[in-house]
Write a protein that binds this ligand. Sequence first.
Ligand code: MN
Length: 252
Amino acid sequence: MTNPRILVTNDDGIRAPGISLLAEALGHIGDVWVFAPDREQSAVGHGVSLHRPLRVTTFKDQWCMVDGTPTDCVMLAVRHLLPGPPALVVSGINPGANLGDDVTYSGTVAGAYEGMLLGFPAIAVSDVAYRPKHMETAALVAERVARHVLRHGLPADTMLNVNVPDVPYDRLAGLSITRMGRRHYQDEIIERHDPRGGVYYWIGGAEPGHLAEPGADFEAIEQGRVSLTPLHRNLTHHDAMTVLQHNPPTLG
Ligand code: MN
């Protein structure tokens, strides 16, 4: 088998430590190409830049910097700039967890999600610590999971959301296949005054909590285990469809 082409992106910017560690680890198993934002793009979700030009700059060999979102990066790389289609798309390593409802805000997850939308196996990787001390652990886990996906593939329309405890690799308690949990955000809106008397607002700050649910991604992390959640492209709620089909809104 030829060296599989692996596209790497992130939402923390091309200079973030996490993407270097990830690219280096994946370099052991494939031909790595990096397309990453030129600056912090955390919590941009699956945003795509439709109303302005995008510039791509060579950062170093097979590393390209884009003045856009993680989604822009993956779209430009796959559709136009890579020498051929990737065998795998990997996004990260994010400093900070992407657990439960975080995935809907996460630029890290969106990078992988775009890879999935374009038809490729994709993985998002996060170290659960906001100031990681052992990001090399997440890099090793990413390499292991990527190797597995390259060998065995993934079901269609699936991406993997991987969260890794911030501990030395030999201290990991194992790996759990989990489902997406539920956040309990405490994002109070902070209202302040600027030096000229104008009002401004700041969203968030408080560390978000979560509901304790067996089998959820949060539980694995609490147990010191790697959490691996398969996410599906289709967001339809089938039970709700049945409920609404029995009692649909009327138009007359
Ligand atoms: Mn980030």
